[in-house]
Design a protein around this ligand. Structure first.
Ligand code: PMP
Length: 457
C-alpha cells in the first residue's frame, strides 16, 4: 500500500478530478487549485497550509456563534444519540422540532406563529411560493398568483429561488424561469445618479412596486418578496423612506409581504430580525443560516396568522415537504443556538455594543482614496470602492477591482467578499472589540494594496 501524504496537493488533486463547486468557473478553479480549509475556532479559520484567517463573512453569512462552539457540538451529539432522524410527515413530531417551532415563534415579530421547516434558504423560498399561491386559491382568488421581486435580489438557487431573485446571470442559465414572477429596481441610492435626495429616491423606488402592481392588475399580484437589507446583492441598505412606503402599497392592494430573512435574521442587524430593524410587518418570513449558526443545514418559514389560518382551516393536506423538514439534529442545534443567544444577550450586544463599535471603526476607513461610501448596521456592512470620490466615479471594470481586493484579503489573513466593486462584511456575532480592530486594520492594508494596483496610491 502506498502511503498518501494528505496535504494540500492531495486534496486539491481529488477536488480537481471530482468536486464540482457551486457558483464557480470550474475550469478556472482547476488551473489554480482550491484553497483547502481545515479548521475553525471562534472568528478564525485555518487552511491546510497553516494560514490563520479572520473570517469577516461568517462562512456564508451563517456562522453567527463562531466556529468550534462546544455547546452546539454537544447538542448535536446528544440528539444523534437520542434520535438521529425521524420524519415529521405521518402524524409524528419530536421534541427538538416542536420546541424549536415554539422558540422561533417567540423571537419573530408578532403574528408569525406557525413554522414550516426545510434545509436551505432556497427550499424555504420554494415553500413560500407554494404557500402563497395556495393561500390565494383558498381565498377564492386563483388569479392572484404573480410574485414581484427585485433586480439584484437573492432568494436562492433552486429554480424557484433563482426566479424570485433578480440576478441576471442566473436567469441567463437554465431557463425558462418560473412563470408569473416580475422584478422592480433595487433601492440602491449611492449606485444611482438620479440627483434625488436619499429619502426621495426611497419613495421613487418603492413606488415602482405600485406601478408594477397596477401594470399587472392588483387582482393578479399575490406577494412582494424582498430582503430587508439586500445581502448577496452587496449589502444594500434602503433609504429610511423605502420600507414604510412598500408597506403602505402592499396594504393598499392586498399584496402579501415576504421578508426574506435568510441573512438579516438572528441578530445580524442588532435586532432578532431585519424586519424589526426596518419596521416591516411581513406575512411570511423565510429564514436559514444564523438559525443554526451554519452548524447543520436548516431553514424555516415563519407564517403569519392570516395565511396560516386559511391554509390550516380550509386547505386540507398541504402537499409539500422535505425528508429533512424539521430534522431532529439540525433542530436541536438551532434550539441550542437560540438559547445561547438569549442567555448571552447576543442580539442586545450587537445592537448596543459590538455593532456600533464595528460600524464606527469601519468608518475610520472613509478617508481612504478607494472608499466611496460605507453602509452598515449591526454586524453587516458594504463598502463601495470608487475610482474618484467627487464627482463619484465607479471603476469601469469594478468586478476586477473587487476581485483583486478580495484576493489581497485572502492572502493577508482576512475573508471579505466582493460583490462587483462593493466589499461586504458580516463577521460572527461573537467577534470581540480587539478582533474588530484587527479586521479593520487588515481591511485598510488590503485597500492600500488594491489602491496601488489601480494606481490610486
Ligand atoms: N435568501 C437569501 C436572502 C440568501 O442570502 C440566500 C443565500 N445566500 C438564500 C435565500 C438561499 O439560501 P441557500 O443557499 O441556503 O439555499
Amino acid at each position: 500500500m502506498t502511503l498518501i501524504n494528505k496535504g494540500t496537493a492531495y486534496w486539491q488533486s481529488l477536488d480537481r478530478a471530482h468536486h464540482w463547486h457551486p457558483f464557480t468557473d470550474t475550469k478556472g478553479l482547476n488551473q489554480a487549485g482550491a484553497r483547502v480549509m481545515t479548521k475553525g475556532e471562534g472568528v478564525y479559520l485555518w487552511d491546510s497550509e497553516g494560514n490563520k484567517i479572520l473570517d469577516g463573512m461568517s462562512g456564508l453569512w451563517c456562522v453567527a456563534l463562531g466556529y468550534g462552539n462546544e455547546e452546539l457540538i454537544e447538542a448535536a451529539t446528544q440528539q444523534m444519540r437520542d434520535l438521529a432522524f425521524y420524519n415529521t410527515f405521518f402524524k409524528t413530531t419530536h421534541p427538538p422540532a416542536a420546541e424549536l417551532a415554539q422558540k422561533i415563534a417567540e423571537v419573530t415579530p408578532e403574528g408569525l406563529n406557525r413554522i414550516f421547516f426545510s434545509s436551505s434558504g432556497s427550499e424555504a423560498n420554494d415553500t413560500v411560493v407554494r404557500m402563497v399561491r395556495h393561500f390565494w386559491v383558498l381565498e377564492g382568488k386563483p388569479e392572484k398568483n404573480w410574485i414581484i421581486g427585485r433586480k439584484n435580489g437573492y432568494h436562492g438557487s433552486t429554480l424557484v429561488g433563482a426566479s424570485l431573485g433578480g440576478m441576471g446571470p442566473m436567469h441567463a442559465q437554465g431557463g425558462p424561469m418560473l412563470a408569473n414572477v416580475a422584478h422592480i429596481n433595487q433601492p440602491y441610492w449611492y449606485g444611482d445618479d438620479s440627483g434625488l435626495t436619499e429619502d426621495d429616491f426611497g419613495i421613487v423606488r418603492a413606488r415602482e412596486l405600485e406601478a408594477k402592481i397596477l401594470e399587472l392588475g392588483a387582482d393578479k399580484v399575490a406577494a412582494f418578496i424582498a430582503e430587508p437589507i439586500q445581502g448577496a446583492g452587496g449589502v444594500i441598505i434602503p433609504p429610511a423612506t423605502y420600507w414604510p412606503e412598500i408597506q403602505r402599497i402592499c396594504q393598499k392592494y392586498d399584496v402579501l409581504i415576504i421578508a426574506d430573512e435568510v441573512i438579516c435574521g438572528f441578530g445580524r442587524t442588532g435586532q432578532w430580525f431585519g424586519s424589526h430593524t426596518l419596521g416591516i410587518q411581513p406575512d411570511l418570513m423565510p429564514m436559514a443560516k444564523g438559525l443554526s449558526s451554519g452548524y447543520l443545514p436548516l431553514s424555516a418559514v415563519a407564517v403569519g396568522d392570516r395565511v396560516a389560518n386559511t391554509l390550516i382551516e380550509k386547505g386540507g393536506e398541504f402537499y409539500h415537504g422535505y425528508t429533512y423538514s424539521g430534522h431532529p439534529v439540525s433542530a436541536a442545534v438551532a434550539l441550542a443556538a437560540i438559547r445561547i443567544m438569549q442567555r448571552d444577550r447576543i442580539v442586545d450586544r450587537v445592537r448596543d455594543d459590538i455593532g456600533p463599535y464595528f460600524q464606527q471603526q469601519l468608518r475610520t476607513l472613509a478617508d481612504h482614496p478607494l472608499v466611496g461610501r460605507i453602509d452598515g448596521i449591526g454586524l453587516i456592512a458594504g463598502i463601495a470602492l470608487v475610482e474618484n470620490k467627487t464627482p463619484k466615479t465607479f471603476f469601469k471594470d469594478g468586478d476586477a477591482v473587487g476581485l483583486a481586493c478580495r484576493d489581497h484579503c485572502f492572502n493577508n489573513g482576512l475573508i471579505m467578499r466582493a460583490v462587483g466593486s462593493r466589499m461586504v462584511l458580516a463577521p460572527p456575532l461573537i467577534i470581540s472589540r480587539a478582533e474588530v480592530d484587527e479586521l479593520v486594520a487588515k481591511v485598510r492594508h488590503c485597500f492600500d494594496l488594491t489602491a496601488r494596483d489601480v494606481g490610486l496610491m
